[in-house]
Ligand binder design. Sequence first.
Ligand code: NDP
Length: 340
Amino acid sequence: TRVVCLVRRPDGEPLPGDFAVEKRPLPPLGEGQLLVRNLYMSVDPSMRGRLESTEKHYTHNFTPGTPLDGRALGVVEESRCASVPPGAFVRHQLGWRERAVLDAADTDGADRIDPRLAPLPTWLGLLGLLGQTGFTAYVGLTRIAQVRPGDTVFVSAAAGAVGTAAGQFARLLGADRVIGTAGGPDKCVLLVEEFGYHAAADYRAEPVRHALARLAPDGIDVYFDNVGGEQLAAALHALRTGGRVALCGMMSQFGGDRRPADINQLIQAVLKRLTLRGFIVRDHDDLRPEFERRVAGWLTEGRITARETVVEGLENAAGALLSLLGGGNVGKMLVRLDEC
Ligand code: NDP
């Protein structure tokens, strides 16, 4: 089968030549296993850290000469498991390849989905009921930052997969004012017109500290942080006494221009009795039933919008990752494989 391999670890910014599409033999299909043809693959920012040798991430790092992996959705072509027939759709962790052999019984291995309930890309994307990015936004807002009616909420990387969910959810959770930052004027228009933000600012065009002073002159109560760096420092200044920060990710520290937040800005946390809390979504699975119930309601009522950016073909998958890191996506970044 064709797979995307890491050829070498990036020296600084990842480049297209760090990846190659290669052919690899598939293992024989054993008892209880499924042969799956992948239809969609998820492109995630966390893959950036996994390209490095040293940085520790929440799952294993990639090894040069071996295929990448990640969340994917495929159709079963052959089955040696009675409960999962050929033709079933499954979500699993062996993306970045055309075909994969999975253990049907392994809970991490294959998770069957019903394509009648939602379009296939949605199952990997923003609002798939079990979609990781929608759930990340929900956990960060409800459990970590504890958004309350009347809050002013600020979300960075607001036009991305987590950010488009977070803006819409924050409003539905009762926030009075929801502000987002994104790269470029087009994304800022989308934030307000499609994704429920009251106001948006282009972080490349203006210092975020100025933007927050303009858009939230009375301060903010919650910061949902997808990027770290300068935006985190700006948010610390804008937060009101007792404000809460959900530390979700650090996109600004993945790029070439890794300006760290000045650690001394944390004095703001002392002065204003702030709560800053990092989280990894997989530790909060107990919230899933509540998330599914509420988001299913919002979906059927037509109160939330899902959006994906879809890149075609395995040979363009590495390019999709580089594009994601540079902000080339709106909503969830996915790769669709040729044959589907
Ligand atoms: P996104 O769809 O948001 O894609 C990443 C976005 O980051 C890009 O579109 C780009 O948008 C923005 N970006 C890139 N570089 C910078 C920069 N220097 N400064 C500010 N923004 C930048 O990805 P996801 O929604 O999948 O993930 C969003 C965040 O959530 C990531 O930090 C990710 O690591 C984190 N995450 C955390 C989880 C957890 O359990 N804690 C689980 C899943 C995701 P723009 O054009 O606006 O620059």
